[in-house]
Design a protein around this ligand. Structure first.
Ligand code: SF4
Ligand code: ZN
Ligand code: ZN
Length: 326
C-alpha cells in the first residue's frame, strides 16, 4: 500500500479520511490535528501558554511530544505537569520516563507530589473521602490540574482521545441513561471563575492513530496499568461495539463526536455563571468544591487552601515559561 501523499510505503490506513500514510505523513497528519485545536484556542483569545498534564501513559506522552512541535511552530509556551500520586511502583516509573522526555524535549516540568501536599497518598485519602481509589484520584487530579493552570494563567491540555470521548458519550446515552443535554463534549473549554481554560488536542484522533505515532516516533511511555484500575467490562464491550461500527461505517466515531460537541460560545455563557468554593476560591458546583468538601468531612478542615498554597510555592520557585517550549 502506497502513501496517499508521496511514493513511500504506507504504515497506516485511515478509512474515515480515505488516506493511507507513510511514517512522515502520519506524523504530519497527527501534529496538524493537534495544532488545529491549539490554533482554535488561540483564536478565542486564550493565553499562548499551555501546561500539558502528563501521567506517563501513551496518550499524554504522545500529546507532550506533539505539543513540543506545535509550540515551536506557533511560538507558544509549554510546560509539563506531573501529578505524583504515590501509587508505586507505577508513579516512580512514570516520573523517570517523564523527566527523561522533558529533558530530551527541552520542556520544563512541574511535579506536584500528593503525599507532600496533602499528607497522604491516594489510598489514605480514599479512606477519609469514603470513596473508591479512582473517584478520590479523580477529585485530587482535577483539582491540581486546575489550580496549576490558574496559578500560571495558562491553558491546561489533557490527552483524552476520540475513543475515550465516544465511549463516554455512548455509555451516558445507553447505560447511564442520563440527560443528553448534560453531555458536554468539546476540544476547547473556556475559563470560568476559579477555573483555567482547558484543551483536548487529541480529541479527533483514535487510540490506534496515537499508538502508531508512538511507535513511529519512538515515544517512551509506561506500559503497566495502575494497580487500582477497575475492570470495566461495560466500557470494553462498548469500545468493541463502536469499533465494529467504525469498521463497517468509517467515520462513525467522528460523527458521534460532532453530534454531541458543544459550541464554545454556549460553553462560555454557562461557565460565566459558575460558582466558586468558599474555602479555596476555585470553581465548584455548590458552596464547596469537591476537594474541600471531602477533606472537611474526612479531616475536619478543608484542605483546598493548603493545596493551593503548596502549588503557589512550586509556581513561585519555577522558572518562567519559555517561548516555543524550550
Ligand atoms: Fe487514579 Fe484509578 Fe487511574 Fe489509578 S486507575 S491512576 S487510581 S484514576
Ligand atoms: Zn508519505
Ligand atoms: Zn475548595
Amino acid at each position: 500500500m502506497k502513501c496517499s501523499r508521496c511514493e513511500n510505503r504506507a504504515v497506516i490506513r485511515l478509512r474515515y479520511a480515505k488516506l493511507a500514510l507513510c511514517e512522515k505523513h502520519l506524523v504530519e497528519y497527527i501534529r496538524k490535528k493537534v495544532r488545529n485545536v491549539v490554533k482554535k484556542a488561540l483564536s478565542y483569545g486564550l493565553p499562548p501558554k499551555i501546561v500539558v498534564a502528563v501521567s506517563g501513559g501513551k496518550d499524554s506522552m504522545v500529546l507532550l511530544h506533539t505539543m513540543k512541535a506545535v509550540a515551536r511552530d506557533l511560538g507558544i509556551e509549554v510546560r509539563a505537569l506531573y501529578i505524583d500520586l504515590g501509587i508505586e511502583p507505577i508513579s516512580s516509573r512514570a516520573r523517570r520516563i517523564i523527566e527523561e522526555a522533558c529533558s530530551n524535549l527541552g520542556i520544563d516540568l512541574i511535579t506536584v507530589n500528593v503525599l507532600r501536599a496533602l499528607g497522604e497518598s491516594i489510598p489514605g485519602l480514599s479512606k477519609r473521602f469514603r470513596k473508591s481509589y479512582c473517584a478520590t484520584c479523580g477529585i485530587v487530579k482535577r483539582y491540581i490540574m486546575n489550580a496549576v493552570g490558574v496559578e500560571y494563567g495558562s491553558i491546561v491540555a489533557t490527552g483524552h482521545h476520540l475513543d475515550d470521548i465516544v465511549t463516554y458519550i455512548v455509555k451516558e446515552l445507553i447505560v447511564v441513561g442520563g440527560d443528553v443535554r448534560n453531555i458536554k463534549v468539546s476540544d476547547v473549554i473556556p475559563p470560568a471563575p476559579g477555573a483555567c481554560p482547558r484543551i483536548r488536542p487529541l480529541i479527533k484522533l483514535s487510540e490506534r492513530e496515537i499508538m502508531a505515532y508512538a511507535i513511529v516516533e519512538g515515544v517512551e511511555y509506561v506500559r503497566e496499568s495502575c494497580p487500582y484500575a477497575p475492570r470495566k467490562p461495560i466500557d470494553a464491550t462498548l469500545k468493541n461495539l463502536i469499533s465494529i461500527l467504525e469498521s463497517r461505517y468509517p467515520g462513525t466515531k467522528l460523527g458521534i463526536l460532532s453530534r454531541y460537541s458543544l459550541r464554545y460560545s454556549d460553553l462560555k455563557r454557562e461557565s460565566s455563571e459558575a460558582k466558586t468554593c468558599v474555602h479555596c476560591g476555585l470553581i465548584s458546583l455548590g458552596n464547596e468544591c469537591a476537594l474541600c468538601r471531602h477533606t472537611r468531612v474526612g479531616y475536619g478542615r478543608a484542605l483546598g487552601p493548603q493545596l493551593r498554597e503548596y502549588i503557589r510555592s512550586i509556581v513561585r520557585d519555577a522558572t518562567p515559561l519559555r517561548q516555543g517550549s524550550s
